[in-house]
Every structure is written in structure tokens, then in C-alpha cells.
Design a protein around this ligand. Structure first.
Ligand code: ZN
Length: 93
């Protein structure tokens, strides 16, 4: 599995006299990596219909919400609006 690091942070740990090491790090191949957004769902019961519960799921990262029935709400592991990865204990992540 590939591992990624922040080159600017790594250079802080290499002494300035280690020019060859600093050069190797600074000019290593660059991967196109995006930071992962993290969030959790705030769940509020919206209404009940024929015994089924419908919840408002509110993303803590972007604040947007949508309605989800009780039987599918645990399947939303990512926010459909901002892409944040949900990491609360209830959704298995
Ligand atoms: Zn979001």
C-alpha cells in the first residue's frame, strides 16, 4: 500500500547540512493526493410514517442535511454533498 507524506513537513526533520537527503525528498515523484474530510452525522428524528422512522442526517463538516429512512441511514458512510467520511461508532467506520 502506498504511503503519502507532506514533503514540506518532512524537510523540517532533515538537517540543513544533509543536502543530498533534502534534494532527494524535494524532488521525489509527486502523487496527486487530496486530503480526506472527516465528519459525523447528527441524527434528528424528522417524522414517523406507518411505523417507519425518517431521520434528518446533518453533516458536521458542511452542515447540509437530507432525509433518510431508518433502515438505510447507517449505510451513508460519506456525505453526498461534501464527501466527508463519517466516522461515528454507529455506522461501522
Ligand atoms: Zn457534508
Amino acid at each position: 500500500m502506498a504511503r503519502y507524506t507532506d514533503v514540506d513537513e518532512l524537510l523540517k526533520y532533515i538537517p540543513s547540512e544533509e543536502m543530498m537527503s533534502r534534494f532527494a525528498v524535494a524532488y521525489a515523484p509527486i502523487a496527486d493526493v487530496a486530503p480526506v474530510k472527516h465528519g459525523t452525522w447528527i441524527e434528528n428524528l424528522s417524522y414517523e410514517y406507518n411505523g417507519d422512522k425518517v431521520y434528518d442526517l446533518i453533516c458536521t463538516n458542511c452542515g447540509r442535511s437530507f432525509k433518510a429512512e431508518d433502515w438505510v441511514r447507517k449505510d451513508y458512510h460519506y456525505c453526498p454533498y461534501c464527501g466527508a467520511k463519517m466516522e461515528d461508532g454507529d455506522n461501522g467506520l
